[in-house]
Design a protein around this ligand. Structure first.
Ligand code: NAP
Length: 264
């Protein structure tokens, strides 16, 4: 059986490591993260199942790290990109160190876009490929004032951008054989946010998230919410809200509640 090549970012723990383990039965792998010791241990483990595994240490919050992964993807042989690396950095915007803003937005928002851009030419030339990004249900949380939710201005903005990016890119790639998917988990029991979610009784396991993501890809889902039963109704409601804003707001005059603009 011939193996396709997958690149997984954030493969040193949690959801990324779970993806890599599941994929190792029929894929060769490139594992990306900062902790090379963990990547090397996982690579040794996965080679036992017959996978060829490359380890590519990189800090995806920096242009150097991102550049190294972009360069590897530009070779054009990767057919499955899983952009999963991410961090919460939960804080109110006023409490965020200004120097951290670029790092957080690069890791959670820019990196998946740059990696997709680098992977696309090879996939398009082959007429096949999948670009998967792990976002979060918090991408849909901007309107929620629930005080139990973490302070998340930058995280929610970056993950929401990822959802819009994936959906729009999916339309752009229709008919090319290249697919896109954004995976939006709820709370997952990993090291994320200092392992806080491990104590949450309804947290999903990282293995279940990766399993659902890959099953959703086979089902053709562009948005995969691993815990959601009625996916179709929720996506329809989302589309209906977006259509109401787009179709209702795109008019030549301001809405009545704003009054008439002064004529000059
Ligand atoms: N756990 C949750 O409750 C939850 C919920 C929804 C969405 N998510 C998303 O799921 C994804 C995976 O998170 P997880 O839950 O599996 O947490 P995790 O166990 O903490 O894994 C995060 C992964 O991202 C990598 N990473 C973090 N910063 C990086 C950087 N600057 N450069 C390169 N790699 C970096 C980490 O590797 P190194 O530290 O070795 O670099 C690690 O492999 C993230 O995108 C997260 O936003 C998580």
């Amino acid at each position: 059986m011939s193996r396709t090549l997958a690149l997984v970012t954030g493969a040193s723990s949690g959801i990324g490591a779970a993806y890599a383990r599941l994929l190792s039965t029929d894929h060769d792998l490139i594992l990306v993260a900062r902790r090379i010791d963990r990547l090397s241990d996982l690579a040794d483990e996965l080679r036992k199942s017959g996978a060829a595994v490359e380890v590519l240490p990189a800090d995806l919050a920096t242009s150097e790290g991102l550049g190294a992964v972009v360069e590897r993807l530009a070779v054009g042989d990767v057919r499955l990109l899983i952009s999963n690396a991410g961090a919460g950095g939960y804080a109110r915007l006023v409490d965020v160190d200004p120097g951290e803003i670029d790092r957080m937005l690069t890791l959670n928002g820019t990196a998946p876009v740059q990696l997709a851009r680098a992977a696309l030419p090879g996939m398009l030339a082959a007429g096949t490929g999948s670009i998967v990004t792990v976002a979060s249900l918090l991408a849909f949380s901007a309107g929620q004032d629930n005080p139990h939710m973490p302070p998340r201005t930058l995280y929610a903005a970056a993950k929401a951008a990822t959802v819009a990016f994936t959906r729009t890119l999916g339309q752009e790639l229709a008919g090319t054989g290249v697919r896109t998917q954004v995976v939006c988990p709820g709370i997952v029991a990993t090291d994320f946010n200092n392992g806080a979610s491990r104590d949450v009784p309804f947290a999903m396991t990282p293995e279940a998230v990766a399993h659902a993501g890959l099953a959703g890809l086979r089902l053709g889902e562009t948005i995969c919410v691993p815990g959601l039963e009625d996916q179709e109704a929720a996506i329809e409601a989302l589309l209906a809200g977006e259509t109401a804003l787009l179709a209702g707001g795109n008019r030549p005059t301001p809405a009545a509640r704003y009054g008439q603009p002064q004529e000059h």
